[in-house]
Write a protein that binds this ligand. Structure first.
Ligand code: SF4
Length: 326
């Protein structure tokens, strides 16, 4: 099967953490070391901790450069695939190649599970920003939430995280997904705080499952539980170092001048390739960029064979109809 650029590069999308971010999807769907219950890319089909090669670095880097030429400046090129980016043995090479060719900052969003490996820490050392996942402080919650590869355990992951936080010279941030009834208690918050204080991220981001998750029963905690959780973190890290990302990104601003109808549809498909997208957002993109009526935009999206409509928490989303088989 051939590889199209929108399997490898998507966006740019506005991100509260990263500004205008061009996404790089450097692993095949869905290779991951975890199969998180809240994953918006669905269940993991290739649960592995073996690093391997996915795309040829020059092909992936050329795809990024080509898209950058069309979309103009971005704040970050971000490795944020529908899987775990550090499974890619070429990650370090790709980051270095990109930094040699274009003047752009590189971010990597990783689940941190392979940071116990020196080669992974070395690959990430060339990035400007690394976001690491820390969802839980106990083995039992870790196994329920992240459903890791059997050879992983929380001790190994935290040891790797500590080693990385000592070595990494760039901007280190964390992300924690809060799931109702799983990791949302005061004890969960206290355990998490202890870990965060030991790795000292610039900012600890707390996220909520706002897009359709891998498991239907996953939902955000109630508002009072979220506030209580944040209060514990703020008490230990300081108010400005704890940020709740509790709404959908992209938020309200609709990028304009993205190009003609084909370009907009490709943009929508490339984002949906990585995570479900709010139907209303996709409609607004088409209406404001191409000038079509809302009903026509809706018809185009629902007739697109690569997209399907799903509902989550009272909202409508577009999802990739069937993941590519490899
Ligand atoms: S949320 Fe991230 S770490 Fe978890 S299964 Fe999905 S891609 Fe893997």
């Amino acid at each position: 099967m051939g590889t199209s650029w929108n399997e490898m590069v998507f966006g740019p999308v506005p991100s509260r953490r990263l500004g205008r971010s061009l996404g790089v999807n450097n692993v095949f769907m869905k290779y991951c070391t975890y199969s998180c219950i809240y994953c918006q890319a669905g269940k993991t089909t290739n649960l592995t901790i073996e690093r391997t090669t996915f795309y040829k670095p020059e092909i992936l880097v050329n795809a990024v450069i080509k898209v950058l030429e069309n979309v103009g400046n971005v704040d970050y090129v971000t490795f944020v695939p529908n899987g775990e980016p550090t499974l890619d043995t070429n990650l370090g090479t790709e980051i270095k190649m990109l930094k040699n060719i274009v003047d752009v900052k590189i971010a990597v969003i990783t689940n941190a599970s392979l940071l116990y490996r020196q080669d992974v820490r070395l690959d990430l050392s060339s990035a400007d920003l690394v976001s690491v996942k820390v969802d839980s402080s106990t083995e039992s919650v870790y196994r329920i939430l992240n459903r890791p590869h059997p050879n992983l355990n929380l001790r190994i992951v935290l040891d790797g995280l500590h080693a990385f936080s000592r070595e990494f010279q760039g901007d280190l941030i964390t992300e924690t997904m809060l799931v109702r009834g799983v990791n949302d208690t005061a004890e969960d918050a206290a355990g998490l705080l202890e870990i965060l204080q030991s790795i000292e991220p610039r900012v600890a981001y707390v996220m909520l499952p706002v897009r359709p998750p891998a498991e239907d029963w996953v939902s955000p905690p109630p508002a009072n539980a979220i506030e209580a959780f944040l209060d514990v973190l703020r008490g230990g890290l300081g108010k400005n170092r704890v940020v709740l990302l509790g709404r959908l990104e992209p938020p309200h601003d609709i990028p304009r001048s993205l190009g003609d109808l084909d370009r907009i549809l490709n943009h929508i498909r490339s984002v949906v390739h990585v995570h479900p997208l709010k139907l209303e957002y996709a409609i607004r993109l088409l209406v404001s960029n191409v000038g079509v009526a809302e009903e026509d935009a809706l018809r185009m999206l629902l007739n697109d064979p690569s997209l399907e409509l799903i509902h989550y928490m009272g909202q409508r989303f577009l999802r990739l109809r069937s993941p590519p088989q490899r």
